[in-house]
Design a protein around this ligand. Sequence first.
Ligand code: C2E
Ligand code: CMP
Ligand code: CA
Ligand code: CA
Ligand code: CA
Length: 400
Amino acid sequence: YAHVTLEAGTILFEEEEPGAYAYLITRGRIEIFLRRDGAEIQLAVRGPGEIFGEMAILDSDPRSASARALDDCELVPVSEAQIRHRLSETDPILRLCLTVVMARYRETAALLRERGVVARGDPAAAPSPAARADFDAAITAVVLERELRRALDRQEFELFFQPIVRLGSEMLAGFEALIRWRHPERGLVAPAAFIPVAEESGLIVDITAWVVAEIGRVLPGIMRAGLRNVAAIEGSLFVSVNVSGHDLARASFPGMVCEMLRAAGIAPGSLKLEITESTLMRDPASATDALTLCRASGMGIAIDDFGTGYSSLSYLSTLPITTLKVDRAFVRAMLSEPRDHKIVQTILRLADEIGIPAVAEGIEEPAEARALAAMGCAYGQGYLFGRPAPLAETLDRIRS
Ligand code: C2E
Ligand code: CMP
Ligand code: CA
Ligand code: CA
Ligand code: CA
């Protein structure tokens, strides 16, 4: 469904038209040509593994040539928005180089044409292995992005909840909401398979908006279940959600979350936002603004995967952080590697010094939980206490 098919002979677009898509060719050949004085001048023939129609997208000029299918073709369109978003995320020097190369190509082609010379592309030169690898990566990303958009429309996402417990008493303290994609053919898809592309493409903003709305729908039920079983629960339950730097860069983000909490009648203190260090480093100024607003309205702010990103201790003093999450990598190695044990100890001491609790992730063994509790780690999360589970199972767990 991400592919379009074209019959041999079909014109895809004409010179001078505005462009909305570039195309990746997965099957068949495409002819690029000009119409001059009633005749056609062939500029190039492009085949599988190649892209065309990229020029109009890169610099917004009209199509520089016409395109027609020579065979029955299969193409994957890449929209202007998809390319623009990636361009805006790229290194400014690369962007500058691309702009100047585009302008230079157009100038040269115009100059040559004045002299009656047409700039022809190489006749279907085989793509280099590097170009082939880029092509394959591009196809994968573009196809996945289309599927994700459709998954949003078709409500194929689902939130799972993993318990977070007080170490020592093992009382239930809260949950982390973790997204799953219930794919009609592939079954349950883990976030590692789609969150990176969602971030690259900017689609993460729509996914997070869905997560926030879904939290608003289910959190009242979770809180109510908690109130009916206070003996097994520490205080009142919280739910933490993962947000990305793209979300925080949107000025509308704090308002969107506050509005969800208000409409659902949930105390802001019951919601925690989890952000990773690398996400913070993307655009520290706007992340700081957003998180300061969220914190001011009462939400908790947790640093996720602490110690694995580009750690900068400066944000610990400038950001209103309320929780540190010790990454699973340290917890896993802690009992066998003295160095990791020391790192965990240091992170816990740091949290203690700045007066915020820590959550250790990825606890699978009772010995890990004991060691962490002995080091003063307040909370634990991991398969030992429960795997991420669907809402119904989660409600059962809270009630039991
Ligand atoms: P994360 O935020 O670090 O979430 C913890 C991950 O560790 C989860 O993987 C969880 O299932 C897994 N985990 C928890 N306990 C254990 C354990 O004892 N052993 C092992 N082996 N794994 C454990 P999951 O659900 O596959 O999520 C992976 C990552 O995807 C998350 O890492 C988070 O970065 C991202 N993610 C998940 N849901 C969302 C979401 O709604 N929005 C965003 N932006 N990212 C999300
Ligand atoms: P665009 O200008 O968007 O639409 C026409 C496309 O034809 C253009 O992008 C390039 O992908 C391709 N094209 C234009 N000129 C040439 C050429 N001289 N050789 C090969 N391909 C070309
Ligand atoms: Ca997390
Ligand atoms: Ca984590
Ligand atoms: Ca992680």
